[in-house]
Design a protein around this ligand. Structure first.
Ligand SMILES: Nc1ncnc2c1ncn2[C@@H]1O[C@H](COP(=O)(O)OP(=O)(O)OP(=O)(O)O)[C@@H](O)[C@H]1O
Length: 352
């Protein structure tokens, strides 16, 4: 695991470029692809016409089972693999044409050539720093030490890379991506090989970087691991982008149900009111031991479209106005895993 050479600052890179100022929607997005496709020589279509949209400031969870095309997509974003078809814009500029200008502003952690095994973590970072034409060699040590501290490798700075555990190697890759301030970070499976503590630390780091204004795309095949830290989610399956949007939207509507507990005497009123509101599948459960009845209804159809269905707070208001007593009110949201399974009919496993 290491940073992609092309994705970190290189000798070819000029001084940091000003923010791109192109007209149109493209300039507002950190990453935008159109019809991005990769067909390998084996004939396999690893990535199949995807339109990725990562707004600036987002933490975009790029999720999908093993083999779904995440790494291939990321390699195309960074210009490490040539697409068979489609376009990539990074920070508003077309790739690979603008690579020399844009890539110094992009930090990346992707699978790639290894660090030097006989050099220490610090020396490896210094080596990477040295090829960055815009980095002042007098402050290399400070930058390397700050990056090592940031990923919790301060105490292991002088250990040789070959003596690092998998998790430590992963952390060093992250440190390399953080050697200088970035507008965009692309992290491919950053929690690979990390223990639960390390995974928490990566989440914390991602949140910190995002708070400081960096856009982050982070891939994982483990939904639960990064779900909590993301503002946006894209789910890959079989080379296709199955779903994309803000996390809240994806789980707020698709498959969410409003659950209302009413006194038994009010159950019929509540049920009628939910149906009047357009919640056609409203049903009432049997009365509980305490005499209350739970009435529930889906807040979206099974495609996730909410059409003109009311928001939860409007449902509560309408029930009160209709005279139905409310003992408890809840909106059950599905987990992302449930959304994924519902969408694909399969688990989060290797399918090809
Ligand atoms: N160089 C290559 N030549 C041929 N096929 C490849 C090549 N690289 C990847 N593939 C295939 O493309 C598909 C997508 O692989 P990719 O590594 O992009 O998936 P991924 O979602 O990143 O998986 P993981 O979570 O396991 O890293 C897989 O079926 C893989 O076998």
């Amino acid at each position: 695991m290491t940073t992609a050479p092309g994705a970190t600052a290189t000798a070819a890179a000029p001084a940091p470029a000003p923010r791109e100022a192109h007209a149109g929607a493209v300039s507002d997005d950190a990453i935008r692809t159109r019809g991005l496709t990769k067909r390998f020589r084996t004939g396999q279509v690893a990535v199949d016409g995807i339109d990725l949209l990562v707004p600036r400031g987002a933490v975009y969870g790029f999720l999908g089972p093993n083999g779904s095309g995440k790494t291939t997509t990321i390699r195309m974003l960074l210009g490490l693999v040539a697409p068979t078809a489609g376009q990539v814009h990074l920070l508003g500029a077309p790739m690979p044409q603008a690579a020399a200008r844009v890539l110094p502003r992009v930090g990346a952690l992707v699978e790639g050539p290894a660090f030097q095994p006989y050099l220490s973590g610090r020396a490896n970072l210094a080596r990477l720093d040295a090829v960055d034409a815009s980095a002042d060699p007098r402050t290399t040590r400070t930058r390397a030490d700050a990056a090592l501290e940031r990923v919790g490798l301060g105490a292991a700075a002088d250990k040789r890379y070959r003596q690092y555990s998998l998790g430590m190697k992963q952390r060093l890759g992250l440190a390399a991506a953080l050697l200088r301030p970035r507008d965009l970070l692309v992290l491919d499976e950053p929690t690979n090989g990390l223990d639960p503590q390390g995974t928490r630390e990566v989440r914390h780091l991602v949140r910190e970087l995002a708070d400081a204004g960096t856009t982050v795309l982070v891939s994982s095949h483990l939904l639960a691991e990064i779900e909590q830290v993301c503002t946006h989610i894209g789910i890959m399956g079989g080379g296709r982008l199955l779903l994309q949007g803000t996390r809240d939207h994806l789980t707020a509507r698709r498959g969410s149900r409003v659950m209302v507990r009413t006194p038994q005497a009010d159950a019929a009123t509540a049920l009628a009111e939910l149906r009047r509101l357009g919640l056609a599948d409203a049903t009432a459960e049997r009365p509980a031991a305490d005499g209350s009845v739970t009435v529930s209804a889906a807040l979206a159809d099974d495609t996730g479209a909410d059409g003109d269905l009311p928001a939860p707070q409007d449902v509560a208001g309408a029930l009160v106005r209709a005279g139905a007593g409310i003992l408890a009110f809840d909106v059950r949201r599905p987990s992302l895993e449930q959304v994924f399974v519902e969408l694909t009919g399969e688990g989060f496993d290797v399918t090809r």
